[in-house]
Each structure stands twice: as structure tokens, then as C-alpha cells.
Design a protein around this ligand. Structure first.
Ligand code: URA
Length: 185
């Protein structure tokens, strides 16, 4: 059954399916254009996101905003969310059971937005959505098509902040995304 946006957001707000919610300020469901053709999926909220209740608003988020701008789009054109909706302590990678508990929310958001193209930011999103054996260095930049939805895995913006040499490959991947969006339009 497809839930409405209000129902999904209420379920996220009241969720106690794993222990992550015990140490947070705010849930971070995700935000943006609910009719977007393009969706970005990251890992989970960091400190700034946890305080504001908004996805990708810290340093990595500012870079993501610039990447979206370089694609000729704005954040209002796209939907931005994460695999987990609660900040893992110390920004550690979410555990497999935390991802498993949270992924039904992402699935529902996905079915409500029905984006044509999805950019998976980093290894966690790749593992959660494509394959637990996903490796970002090996598998980024390769399209995965499932039921007419097109997934493009690429580096997480936080990885680009740590290692700017990865920007070139990432830009290549985002150009492929722009071409795919044109092709599907
Ligand atoms: N990193 C993520 O994966 N998601 C955010 O919302 C912020 C930083």
C-alpha cells in the first residue's frame, strides 16, 4: 500500500525501530521537490543536519549544492535524502541492522517521488540500494537500471572534501546523469 507523504513523515517521526533515535536532536527525513526527476541519496545525517532536521546542509551539503548548480539545476529541482534518518553517533557508518530498519521509509519516499534518475552518494547508499558487495571505487560511474529507474553511483561529497582528486570522476558521473535526464525527457 502506498502511504501519503504525511503518513510517511509521521512514521519517520515516531519511529523507534532501532537505537539511533535515542541520541539525536531531530529526525532528518529528506527534503526537496516531491515531483523531482532526479533524487540524491546519501548515507545519514551529520551534526548540522541533526540540529536543523534537514539533509545535506553542512560542509558536504554545501558542496552538493554546488554540484547540483553545476548541473544547471537547483536544490528546489531535486529531492535529497539519506539511507538512515537519524544521525549515527560520531557520524559512524550506519550498521546493517540500522539500514534495514530504515530502508522501508526510503522505499516509500522513492515510490512517492518516482524519480527517473537516482544518484547514490557513496558506498553506504550503494550497498543499501544496489548490492551489499558494492564498492564505490570499483562500481561508481556505471548505470544500474531497475524497473525503468536509473541509478548512478558516485563518490560522496564528503569524500571529495577529503580528496579533491575524486572531483573529476564525480563530474564525469554527473554529466552522464544530465545526459540521461535529457534522453528520458
Ligand atoms: N552526509 C550524508 O550522507 N547526508 C547528509 O545529510 C549529510 C552528510
Amino acid at each position: 500500500m502506498e502511504l501519503s507523504w504525511d503518513e510517511v513523515l509521521d512514521e519517520i517521526e515516531s519511529c523507534r525501530r532501532c537505537a539511533l533515535c535515542e541520541n539525536i536532536h531531530r529526525k532528518v527525513p529528506g527534503q526537496g521537490n516531491r515531483n523531482a526527476d532526479l533524487m540524491f541519496i546519501g548515507e545519514g545525517p551529520g551534526g548540522d543536519e541533526d540540529l536543523q532536521g534537514l539533509a545535506f546542509v553542512g560542509a558536504a551539503g554545501k558542496l552538493l549544492t554546488r554540484m547540483i548548480g553545476a548541473m544547471g539545476l537547483s536544490r528546489e529541482d531535486v529531492y535529497i535524502c539519506n539511507v538512515v534518518k537519524c544521525r549515527p553517533p560520531g557520524n559512524r557508518t550506519p550498521l546493517p541492522e540500522e539500514m534495514a530498519a530504515c530502508i522501508p521509509f526510503l522505499r516509500r519516499q522513492f515510490l512517492l517521488v518516482r524519480p527517473r534518475v537516482i544518484v547514490l552518494l557513496g558506498a553506504t547508499a550503494g550497498k543499501a540500494i544496489l548490492d551489499p558487495r558494492f564498492s564505490v571505487t570499483r562500481d561508481r560511474g556505471k548505470w544500474v537500471e531497475r524497473k525503468g529507474f536509473w541509478f548512478m553511483p558516485t563518490f560522496h561529497p564528503a569524500a571529495l572534501l577529503r580528496d579533491p582528486a575524486k572531483k573529476r570522476d564525480t563530474w564525469h558521473d554527473l554529466q552522464a546523469v544530465m545526459e540521461k535526464l535529457k534522453e528520458l525527457a
